[in-house]
Design a protein around this ligand. Structure first.
Ligand SMILES: Cc1cc2nc3c(=O)[nH]c(=O)nc-3n(C[C@H](O)[C@H](O)[C@H](O)COP(=O)(O)OP(=O)(O)OC[C@H]3O[C@@H](n4cnc5c(N)ncnc54)[C@H](O)[C@@H]3O)c2cc1C
Length: 444
């Protein structure tokens, strides 16, 4: 049984891992366009400063990534975030610490008293009758009020999806939150009942010693699969009971094909086979995002916390700043500090596409305006993702459900990436394991 996976981001690697685990005799090929595996998960080591080009970690409150790490024999590579990383800030008119408990929430200056009472009044808001898709903004205004939405949900959608509440489908982006309303009649009611049922610690941010790229390299090299780098797939042709793949210099006959490429690449590859399927894939658009990292030999600011996110009302050019060397101890050499600035997303897409020198200037200005830091960094790192994060806009789930229905016309062909049912690492790993299960179940 020959199984081919296109793309070696976390979705491709995890799918390969579980296929080999469930079906050790399968011959698995992984084709990757770039000269390295990992997709947006990459770490660059510059003089001992570890700059993440994309993700820096995952939460431990979902079991998926931890399970993958354990099964792949890399438990000792795990790195827990520091306790200080639980302190988070949001920049509105100035820097405010995010309240961590109800008492701190009542004291925060982020909301007016009326805004706080409106948030608390969520418990009295009746559930919505319809299950139709809704933006995060409309959901938030309805349940917790405008003030809470414009500060907390706005910062959260920038931090997780590089998006804005009015552009994000709450059903696609935060299905668990929607379920609280559907199952329990409200968010507070749901949280109270769930906490009683599932007493236990909340999630801790986890990463890997040496950066996420180190685990990617380990995973890619420890599997018994044929990984072909610098081998962009250019063609997929239906052939008797399977497919023929053209990738780089290789032409391969395969029984199954799993596309873990971004939706626009999958659309291009599948268009000759199925125009309607390709149209649904092309309907998933992406936002650009740029990461600007700075390494400091000396920096007086203590960076005591996780970092900060800005709200749209703050009117800043940056989405946020991650204080990486405070979150994970090994991201900078001893005594030195590393921070990363996020620019662009759906809030300001055109900014992420600026040239590197302009991005550095925007980042320095953002740091000065939000943190009051004027120090010049010793090292600079810039990574621009022109189509970095899929937009889970209104109607996303409908489009994706239709797309997967259509895929049933193509036995032996599978789609699995962050473009469909979740962008976090835990979601990608979870969906990849399920995809591997489907592939193996079809191998009769
Ligand atoms: C800046 C940024 C920060 C993030 N931070 C976090 C975070 O802290 N925590 C978190 O949980 N998530 C985070 N995410 C999201 C998460 O990292 C991604 O959703 C996840 O890594 C996507 O993995 P993937 O394999 O689905 O896609 P990708 O990583 O995009 O992989 C797709 C792969 O396909 C390859 N490819 C493309 N075309 C071809 C072709 N024709 N032939 C062969 N190969 C091809 C690409 O080169 C790539 O390797 C972040 C994302 C970004 C962009």
């Amino acid at each position: 049984m020959v199984i081919t996976i296109i793309g070696s981001g976390i979705s491709g690697l995890t799918t390969a891992f579980y296929i080999k685990r469930f079906r050790p005799d399968a011959e698995v090929y992984l084709f990757e366009k770039e000269p390295y595996p990992g997709g947006t998960m990459r770490t660059e080591d510059i003089e001992g400063f570890l700059f993440e080009a994309g993700a820096n970690g995952f939460l431990s409150n979902k079991p998926d990534t931890l399970e993958l790490v354990e099964l792949s024999g890399a438990k000792e590579m795990l790195l827990r975030s520091s306790d200080a990383a639980r302190i988070r800030y949001v920049f509105t008119d100035k820097l405010h610490q995010l309240p961590e408990n109800p008492l701190a929430f009542m004291r925060t200056r982020l909301l007016s008293l009326a805004g706080k009472l409106r948030t608390a009044g969520e418990i009295l808001v009746p559930p919505r009758r319809t299950q139709a898709d809704e933006t995060l903004q409309s959901f938030g205004y309805r349940r917790v009020g405008k003030e809470f939405t414009d500060v907390f949900l706005d910062a959260m959608s920038a931090g997780i999806f590089a998006s804005s509440p009015e552009l994000l489908s709450v059903n696609a982006a935060f299905p668990a939150v929607v379920k609280l309303e559907q199952d329990y009649g409200g968010l507070f009611k749901g949280m109270i009942k769930k906490r009683k049922k599932e007493a236990g610690p909340g999630g801790v941010l986890m990463s890997f010693k040496g950066g996420v790229g180190r685990y990617i390299d380990y995973l890619a090299n420890s599997m018994d699969v044929t990984l072909r780098l610098e081998s962009a797939t250019t063609e997929i042709i239906r052939h008797s009971d399977g497919y023929v793949i053209n990738a780089g210099d290789t032409t391969l006959e395969t029984d199954k094909v799993v596309l873990t490429t971004p939706a626009f690449v999958s659309a291009q590859l599948l268009r000759p086979m199925d125009t309607a399927l390709a149209d649904h894939l092309d309907a998933i658009d992406y936002s650009p995002i740029a990461i600007v990292g700075f390494g400091y030999d000396t920096l007086v600011h203590p960076l005591n916390g996780f970092g900060l996110l800005t709200t749209a009302s703050a009117n800043k050019k940056i989405l946020g700043i991650l204080w990486d060397s405070s979150i994970f101890e090994d991201r900078a050499p001893p005594g030195k500090k590393l921070i990363r600035v996020m620019i662009g997303g759906q809030r300001n897409p055109q900014l992420a596409l600026k040239d590197e020198a302009t991005l550095v200037q925007i980042a320095l200005e953002g740091i000065r305006e939000t943190m009051g830091i004027d120090d010049q960094p010793q090292l600079t790192f810039v990574k621009r993702w022109e189509r970095g994060i899929p937009n889970y806009k209104l109607g996303h789930l409908n489009n994706v459900d239709t797309l997967f229905k259509r895929l049933e016309n193509h036995p032996g062909l599978y789609l699995n990436s962050n473009a469909y049912y979740g962008i976090g690492l835990n979601d990608c790993v979870h969906n990849s394991k399920q995809c591997a299960q489907r592939v193996v179940a079809d191998c009769v």
